[in-house]
Design a protein around this ligand. Sequence first.
Ligand code: R5P
Length: 329
Amino acid sequence: MRLPTHKRLMIFSGSANRGLAEEVAAALGMKLGEVEVSSFASSETYIRFSESVRGSDALVIQSHVDPVDHHVMEQLLMIDALKRASAKRITAVAPFYPYSRQDRKARGREPIAAKMLADFYKAAGADRLLSVDLHTGQIQGFFDAPFDHLTALPLLADHLAESLKDDLVIVSPDAGGVRLADKWAEYLGDFHGLNGQVAFLHKRRRHEARNVSETLRVVGEVKDRVCLMVDDMIDTAGTITNGAESLKAAGAAEVLAAATHPVLSGPGVDRLKNAPIEQVVVTNTLPVPPEKQLDKLMVLSIAPTIAQTIKAVFEEESVSELFHGENQR
Ligand code: R5P
């Protein structure tokens, strides 16, 4: 007996950033699937899908925002429930990959948390992962199955290009981000005819404290230039604001900033408000609630980028071509 096979796409959202998941579903002409998410008195999470998922190509979108561990667990439980309810293929969509900065043992007796998270996704039942601008591209290798790595670079760069000129310097706030700054320079040159130089800041982190860094010096020519600082994330905004101050002290005419993930923890918003930065452009891989919004903070939607990728994967077409290869880094 031969049965016809029909692929059925279903998109579900965790509780962290439902607005983004709704936008993704709408861009695909769909509605989000129904799932009950609640908590026991003890704080344990309860999940139940309200409709059949049997045979579906199911995606679970979750943003890993504070409290990160809770949101990770919620997504893992949804994946486990989908597996046990016979979904055919399960994709975990983690626009901001959790624990991405713990991607190696920088010192003895530390975990490699980003690898452990990939193992969790696999154990729960994820067949694929989809994420945007990983802290380091190697994280893809932690997950032993297809990993769609998207980039927000074209989205951010196309938005900023309108107000940029050739007196531009793309600045990485640390030596590790020079490759990203190079990518920006190449993209702005190739797609907007802008001839930007690249500079970087020599940054040092303190081992004994998390999220504490100091900028030591500017490497490159920035005097009287417009400086665009590019990074994967803004967390407490220490990196970007220290960097902006160093650039101004070195004679920069104006400082702008672009980053994919607006983590904006603790003092992040106040620091951005008071920093000598004219405009900060980010995406909504993580939600930016009203109390974190600032006039100088522009949030662009990553939903169309995620939706295009989901469509390409579902229709078995190339994902790299959507990004002109910019996602391969
Ligand atoms: C570091 O390697 C990252 O790319 C970011 O620069 C850093 O995590 C930002 O953190 P914060 O905003 O707390 O300085």
